[in-house]
Design a protein around this ligand. Structure first.
Ligand code: KG4
Ligand code: ZN
Length: 468
């Protein structure tokens, strides 16, 4: 039944809402035998590290880890294909971005009004080789200069993830490079550490994208407590649908179009209710707000087929009022939950100084302004990556790969050739952290069967294994 949905449905909202799709598409890759000896890599940077294998992972020790210049010698290629952007970047260990390339599926987005998995997979496949080559060329490097390849392995659409993982393994296999599997949402959070040198653990993060609405407490690399999440849709999905129903140009995705039109509107003219006002937790819900927006659009008899550029003055004003009112309430919901989450986080980790806001929706100026007020009132500092690093990109993957690579979390180089039917380790539904008991949502727990242990629990198990 799920497969039928996959083939018949032209477009789905974002990827984290359809557990069935993931279950069909995911299998675990066979693991490297325990304590296997890894043959030295031909990569000069990889050779520079001493390494040993424990279980399924290699741990390495840096010869000069106290020497900060050492990092300059690490260079990682990051590949991102979890949703609708094909992205690659090359980043140096000191945070220098050597190149960044993104091919977006603007026309497909506009045509289908959302991400269509099969079409998105085809689009990734068509451009992935060129995107990676361009990233290397623009960095004036070849594969031989790399220390490792990092790639998003989840969460995301498995058809799309597979394209990036296949490419990453082929580069790593052909050039004997270690490979780092990256969690997409961790990458959204950690790219803030590339931008803001002062940002050290523990810190808080609000990660807002098309498929996720996460409030997390980052204790240390790979260790997260999930304070809140969405019980249905994420805020980006609500922006995208609002844009589509208002007849806006979807080619840059819905969010920027709503943000732009909202500037012309009166944000208090349409009365929308703030979701989950009386829930004393840090969870989110945007499905109800979407419905309120749809009803307001119907009440004003707005025709989505008539582009806003051709609307009459009155029609355009009505659309702008709805855009502005929606944006205000959507962000009020974020503000209320963030305030509570900061209190919870400070109880757990009183030394927190920063709150990161990242993910595509964090590129919205109104979002940044309003959240800055909340964060400052709590005596914390807001860290928002620049818009180009908030939306999906290869830099965040390369950087997160670097962070894990530095502490020895990576897989050995794959074989140079892999059979066509090789089963990749893809994690379409992969929680970032363990749920904070106080914030657990019954509604959500009933809807979502997890198929993968969280990143945090995997890393915790790995370090326990290392200690024994
Ligand atoms: O992180 P991202 O690039 O991809 C996912 O991981 O989903 O986020 C994409 C989401 C889309 O829903 C898009 O409409 C939204 O971020 N977005 C924005 C803005 N720019 C992107 N939403 C509101 N305002 C923006 N300026
Ligand atoms: Zn994203």
């Amino acid at each position: 039944m799920v497969r039928l949905f996959l083939t018949l449905s032209p477009a789905i909202p974002r990827f984290n809402l359809f557990p069935g799709i993931s279950i069909l598409a995911t299998k675990l890759r066979t693991k490297t035998p325990a304590f296997s000896l890894i043959s030295p890599s031909s990569s000069p940077n990889f050779q520079r590290t001493r390494f040993y294998s424990i279980g399924t992972r290699i741990y390495y020790s840096l010869p000069n880890s106290e020497n900060s210049n050492f990092d300059d010698t690490l260079v990682v290629l990051g590949i991102e294909t979890s949703c609708d952007d094909t992205a690659a970047a090359v980043v140096r260990g000191n945070g220098e971005i050597l190149s960044q390339v993104i091919s977006s599926q603007a026309e497909l987005l506009a045509q289908y009004g959302g991400v269509a998995p099969k079409q998105a997979e085809e689009a990734h496949s068509q451009v992935i080789d060129k995107v990676v080559q361009d990233a290397l060329d623009r960095a004036s490097l070849t594969e031989k200069d790399l220390s490792a390849v990092a790639v998003t392995i989840g969460p995301g659409l498995s058809l799309c993830l597979r394209v990036g993982v296949r490419k990453a393994r082929s580069v790593a296999g052909n050039f004997s490079l270690p490979i780092v599997g990256v969690h997409h949402m961790e990458a959204h959070a950690l790219v803030a550490r590339l931008v803001e040198q002062e940002l050290s653990f523990p810190f808080m993060a609000l990660l807002i994208s098309g498929g996720h609405n996460l409030l997390v407490l980052a204790h240390k690399l790979g260790q997260y407590t999930q304070l809140g999440t969405t019980v249905d849709d994420a805020i980006g999905e609500a922006f995208d649908k609002t844009a589509k129903w208002l007849g806006l140009d979807m080619r840059r995705s819905g969010g920027p179009a709503v943000e732009e039109l909202a500037l012309e509107g009166d944000a208090k003219s349409v009365k929308f209710n703030v979701p989950m006002k009386y829930h004393k937790d840090c969870n989110f819900s945007y499905a109800g707000l979407k419905t309120q927006v749809r009803l307001a659009i119907e009440a004003k008899e707005i025709d989505a087929k008539c582009p806003v550029s051709s609307a009459t003055n009155e029609d355009r004003r009505n659309r702008a009022d709805i855009a502005a009112s929606f944006q205000r309430v959507a962000v009020l919901h974020l503000e209320e939950k963030c305030e509570r989450a900061i209190d919870w986080a400070l109880e757990l980790e009183p030394s927190i100084k920063h709150m990161v806001v990242s993910g595509g929706v964090a590129s919205n100026k109104y979002v940044r302004l309003r959240l800055n007020n909340i964060v400052e009132n709590k005596n914390l500092k807001l860290v928002c990556p620049p818009p180009s690093l908030c939306t999906d990109n290869g830099v965040m993957v390369a950087w997160t790969g670097l962070e894990h690579f530095r502490v020895g979390r990576y897989d050995p180089p794959p074989p140079a050739t892999e059979p066509d039917d090789f089963v990749y380790d893809l994690r379409p539904r992969w929680p970032l952290g363990e749920e904070y008991a106080k914030g657990r949502s019954k509604a959500r727990s009933m809807r979502t069967a997890r198929i993968h242990p969280s990143l945090t629990s995997i890393i915790r198990a790995d370090s326990l294994q290392q200690q024994t």
